[in-house]
Design a protein around this ligand. Structure first.
Ligand code: DX5
Ligand code: ZN
Length: 221
């Protein structure tokens, strides 16, 4: 069943020189999850945040840390992010070699497990993994950078996943990530998404705008 829409600002678009303050500000502004984009310079052409930064941020907010691992291979790094304070750990189905093993590892560490699909990756086969999933992430840009344009065609995947998730009867977050703004949020939610990641649209204009940014996404949705 589609749940209440939650907004997950991606700190990739925050001021990296003031991350603790940025986290407190976006939390106070009404965020539901803190989305943390971890990039390895190999699976994606960018380098961002490691477990040490996640651990340093942990005292600054009690919101769920939604850690999106763009790492391949990923399994060796999962325990460090669990230890650092992640609540949800999402891996990419393309990161290989055994997505189900990665999900089992995340669950064994007591964390919620997510699986992400790049724009060019079909979702066929995910039905075999849904029993172990707490979140499915549809990438609506190619991962690696904030500020890219939303790929409308990915909504077809969201629609399909909404049906597949509903058929399980389980509560599984259906998250969309990349290029989300108040202009396309309604379409994403109508397709079945219930967690909207927003980097640029969440952090636009600095801390005095965060509450309005989040409210605009929520109202649009
Ligand atoms: C892209 C990241 C996204 C990104 C979203 O690889 O996974 O979370 O930061 O940023 P915007 O909302 O600017 O597309
Ligand atoms: Zn992300």
């Amino acid at each position: 069943m589609q749940q209440t829409v939650r907004i997950a600002p991606s700190i990739l678009s925050a001021d990296f020189a003031n991350l603790g303050e940025e986290l407190r500000a976006i939390d106070a502004a009404g965020a539901d999850y803190i989305h943390i984009d971890v990039m390895d310079g190999h699976f994606v052409p960018n380098l961002t945040i490691g477990p040490g930064v996640v651990a340093a941020l942990r005292p600054h907010s009690e919101l769920p840390f939604d850690v999106h691992l763009m790492i391949s291979p990923v399994d060796d790094y999962i325990p460090a992010f669990a230890e650092a304070g992640a609540d949800i750990i999402t891996v990419h189905v393309e990161a290989g070699p055994h997505p189900h093993r990665s999900l089992q590892l995340i669950k064994s560490l007591g964390k919620r497990a997510g699986l992400s699909f790049n724009p060019g990756t079909p979702i066929g086969g995910v039905e075999h993994l849904l029993a172990d999933l707490d979140l499915v992430l549809v990438m609506s840009v190619n991962p690696g950078f904030g500020g890219q344009s939303f790929i409308e065609g990915q909504l077809a995947k969201v629609r399909q996943l909404r049906q597949m998730i509903d058929a399980t009867g389980r509560q599984i977050d259906l998250q969309i990530d990349g290029g989300i703004n108040p202009g396309n949020a309604a379409g994403a939610v109508a397709a079945g998404a219930d967690v909207l990641v927003a980097g640029t649209a969440g952090f636009a204009g600095g801390p005095e705008n965060y509450a309005a940014n989040i409210a605009a996404l929520r109202h649009a949705a």
